[in-house]
Design a protein around this ligand. Structure first.
Ligand SMILES: Cc1ncc(COP(=O)(O)O)c(C=O)c1O
Length: 383
């Protein structure tokens, strides 16, 4: 029996290839990327991302503190979130982060109150809820009117009428979006909104969020997301002649495919429907299946020709701790290792210590690839 502990395995070559594709597209279409650090905050991964010249998108004071410790300059940090506390806003302003994405009139009032007592260089942009419906999982869609994120454009117009220091706008319509038509719709919606701005408003900053999806069904065939298609769609109604630089915040698309979760079969049971394999790892390390019903590929290394459909579950004391049914696998025995794919994003960073299970160790596939990589030009001064 194999008694090794489960672990996350990250491939630096895949991360590198992804970053090359992303930075090449960003250079071509003139985007400045801020990595959404909520997706994965492992030091080795964020250091690699930083090497490629991305800024960082933070959603808590702790993420800002971590980004500063990792060596990002404050001007390269953008700070978002629908429930920023007074303390978090104060901290961000004191640290002089580049831009705060303000999500409501009340939040703007708090920012004003704190700004009055702080000589901060931080600039303020307004997060708009564009009321756009997107075909993705309901729990990761964020841009419709009934969602908690952002403010209506009318509210933003009220704020810019009284606060001349507002530099621009932020949007984020959701995550795991594979159909580029939604990004085209966002581009058109933003264009229409910009066309209605008062003439005296000087637009200095536009951020269109993250959201590019990855191929969870065939990760090995499609390890690199379609950055070029994404950026082309976002640019479709916003040419560089209109807005030279657009800021974006990819998370999942940068790190999703470089990570796999490796677990070991502990027990096998024969249920009525199909056999069940219970692993030593589950929702404690990867919440997405239990939280959203997300599906990750599960494979085993084996030369066996016979394949059987299995249900694969984790060890936590919840029936929802399952990776799902119908995983076509070789005939399993105790001690076999299973690989859960595409777990680089929203895996380790969302892990729980439920049942007091410890965080997993991470292993890295180191082999570096030679590239003629060109670093993203430093559009660093965020606005
Ligand atoms: C405001 C904002 N920006 C960026 C992201 C990153 O999105 P993704 O990981 O889909 O690229 C998120 C994720 O939810 C977000 O809420």
């Amino acid at each position: 029996m194999n008694y090794s502990r489960p672990y996350y395995r990250y491939s630096l070559p895949i991360l590198n290839q992804t970053l090359i594709a992303a930075t090449e597209a960003a250079n071509q279409f003139q985007f400045k990327m801020h990595y959404a650090i909520k997706a994965n905050n492992h030091t080795r991964i964020v250091q690699k991302i930083k090497e490629y010249g991305l800024g960082v998108d933070c959603v808590s004071a702790e993420e800002i503190e971590f980004a500063l410790l990792q060596g990002w300059s404050p001007t390269e940090i953008v700070f978002a979130g629908s429930g920023k506390t007074y303390f978090e806003i104060q901290y961000a302003l004191e640290q002089n982060v580049g831009v705060i994405h303000c999500e409501s009139m009340q939040e703007w009032e708090i920012i004003q109150e704190i700004r009055a007592n702080t000589a901060s260089k931080t600039q303020i942009a307004l997060r708009i809820n564009p009321d756009l419906k997107v075909e993705t999982h309901a729990k990761i869609s964020t841009g419709e009117k009934h969602h908690k994120f952002g403010m209506g454009f009318h509210e933003a117009l009220e704020i810019i009428a009284i606060d001349r220091s507002i530099i621009g706008f932020h949007f984020h319509i959701g995550s795991q979006i594979l159909d580029m038509q939604y990004f085209e719709s966002l581009s058109l919606t933003v264009r229409n909104l910009l066309d209605t701005l008062p003439n005296n408003f000087n637009l200095k900053y536009l951020n269109l969020g993250g959201g590019l999806g990855i191929d969870y069904e065939q990760p090995e065939r499609n390890p690199i997301p379609d950055f070029e298609g994404w950026m082309m769609a976002l640019r479709s109604h916003l040419p560089t002649s209109l807005i030279p630089i657009i800021h974006i915040e990819p998370g999942r698309s940068i790190v999703g495919q470089c990570g796999t979760l490796v677990g070991t079969v502990q027990y096998l049971k024969h249920l009525d429907s199909q056999p069940l394999a219970i692993l030593d790892v589950g929702m404690n390390a990867l919440m997405r299946p239990a939280l959203y019903g997300a599906r990750h590929q599960v494979t085993a290394q084996s030369d066996q020709l016979i394949r059987v459909n299995y249900t694969v579950s984790g060890p936590s004391c919840e029936s929802s701790d399952t990776f799902g049914d119908n995983f076509l696998l070789p005939v399993l025995k105790r001690g076999d290792q299973l690989i859960i794919h595409s777990t680089g994003a929203y895996g380790a960073s969302m892990s729980l210590n439920y049942n007091l299970r410890r965080p997993l160790e991470s292993q890295f596939i180191e082999e570096e690839i030679k590239t003629s990589f060109k670093k993203t030009e430093n559009f660093a001064e965020v606005a």
